[in-house]
Design a protein around this ligand. Structure first.
Ligand SMILES: NC(=O)c1ccc[n+]([C@@H]2O[C@H](COP(=O)([O-])OP(=O)(O)OC[C@H]3O[C@@H](n4cnc5c(N)ncnc54)[C@H](OP(=O)(O)O)[C@@H]3O)[C@@H](O)[C@H]2O)c1
Length: 282
C-alpha cells in the first residue's frame, strides 16, 4: 500500500480508517457493540492502518470514538497518526451537531480531544465549519487563528480544514500552513475536483469524507462492472478509485464490521486501470 507524508512530516498509509461509525452506525442508534469496535480498531492497526480519523463529537450515549481509540490502542504506536476535527457543537443527548463553536471555545475542544485520546499533542486537527449544507459562505479566519495559536503553543502538530470551499481554504492558508483538506467526495460524483487539484499542486493531503457514499455503497452499474472485472466488491472499487485519483488522496472508510474492515484495507492494493477510471467518471 502506498504512503503519503502529511506536511512532509507524518507518513501515513493511504488507506486509513474513519471512526465516526464506531459508537453507532446510524445517528439515532442503537449503539454498536463496544468489544467489536475495539477489535476492529486493533485489527485495523494490525493490518497496517496508521491513519485514524476521529472527533470528540463522535459519540452515542457513553460510547465515544475517542474513548474507544484510547482503550483499544493506547499506548499508541509511534507511527500512528490520529486526526481529529473541531468546530461543530454537539450536546450530549443530541443525535448530531446543532451549531458551531466560537473561536474562544476551540481551546476547550482541543483539550477535550487531548484528554479523551490520552495525548499531549494532537497530530492533525481540522477546523470543520458549517453544517450539512454545501460548504462556504462564512469566514473561518477567527476560528482558524485560534487553532493556529494552539499550534504555536505546541498542542497541535498540523492543521487542516474540512467542509470548506476555495475561499475558506485560501483564508486559512493566509493564517497558517494547511496540511490537509477533508471534504466530501465520491468518485462517481466528483463535485470537489478543483479543490483536489489545488491540494495536489501544493502537496496538501486530500481526505474525502463519506468515501463509500456515507449512506450505503451506491447501487451503480458502473461500479459493479469494474468490480466484476477485478473480482472485487463495489466498495473496494470506490476506495481504490479514490486512491487512484491522485497521489495526495487518503481514504478513511468508516466501519464497525470486522468483515468490511478486511475488505476495505485490501482495497488499498487494488490497482484500477485508466479504463476503469474512465468508466467510473460521470
Ligand atoms: N468532515 C466531515 O464533515 C465528515 C463527515 C462524515 C464523515 N467524516 C469522516 O469520514 C469517515 C468516513 O465516513 P462514514 O463512515 O460516515 O461513511 P463511509 O465511509 O462513506 O460509509 C460508511 C458506511 O459504509 C458501510 N461500509 C463500510 N465498509 C463497507 C464495505 N466494505 N462494504 C459495504 N459497506 C461498507 C458502513 O457500514 P458497516 O459499519 O456495516 O461496515 C457504514 O454504514 C468517518 O468515519 C469520519 O471519520 C467526516
Amino acid at each position: 500500500m502506498t504512503t503519503f507524508d502529511i506536511s512532509g512530516d507524518l507518513q501515513v498509509r493511504r488507506m486509513g480508517f474513519g471512526a465516526m461509525r464506531l459508537p453507532a452506525s446510524e445517528r439515532g442508534g442503537p449503539a454498536n457493540d463496544r468489544e467489536t469496535g475495539l477489535a476492529v480498531l486493533r485489527r485495523a492497526v494490525g493490518l497496517g492502518v496508521n491513519h485514524i480519523d476521529t472527533a470528540a463529537f463522535y459519540f452515542f450515549g457513553d460510547l465515544t470514538a475517542n474513548g474507544m481509540i484510547r482503550e483499544a490502542l493506547h499506548p499508541y504506536a509511534s507511527d500512528l497518526v490520529i486526526a481529529t476535527k473541531v468546530g461543530p457543537r454537539r450536546e450530549p443527548g443530541a443525535p448530531m451537531p446543532t451549531g458551531q463553536l466560537a473561536a474562544g471555545e476551540l481551546r476547550g475542544e482541543v483539550e477535550r480531544n487531548l484528554r479523551e485520546l490520552g495525548l499531549d499533542r494532537l497530530d492533525l486537527v481540522y477546523l470543520r465549519p458549517g453544517g450539512i449544507e454545501a460548504p462556504g459562505g462564512e469566514s473561518i479566519a477567527e476560528r482558524f487563528e485560534a487553532l493556529a495559536a494552539l499550534r504555536e503553543e505546541g498542542l497541535v502538530r498540523h492543521l487542516g480544514v474540512s467542509h470548506v470551499d476555495a475561499a475558506q481554504l485560501a483564508e486559512a492558508r493566509a493564517i497558517a500552513p494547511v496540511a490537509a483538506v477533508q471534504n466530501r467526495f465520491d468518485v462517481t460524483q466528483p463535485a470537489d475536483a478543483e479543490m483536489l487539484r489545488t491540494c495536489e499542486r501544493d502537496g496538501i493531503a486530500y481526505v474525502p469524507y463519506f468515501p463509500l457514499g456515507g449512506f450505503g455503497v451506491p447501487d451503480d452499474a458502473r461500479l459493479k462492472a469494474v468490480a466484476a472485472r477485478h473480482g472485487a466488491t463495489p466498495a473496494q472499487v470506490l476506495l481504490a478509485g479514490l486512491l487512484a485519483l491522485s497521489p495526495v488522496t487518503l481514504a478513511i472508510p468508516g466501519t464497525s464490521s470486522p468483515v468490511h474492515l478486511e475488505e476495505n484495507v485490501a482495497a488499498g492494493d487494488l490497482a484500477l486501470t485508466e479504463e476503469d477510471l474512465r468508466e467510473l467518471r460521470p
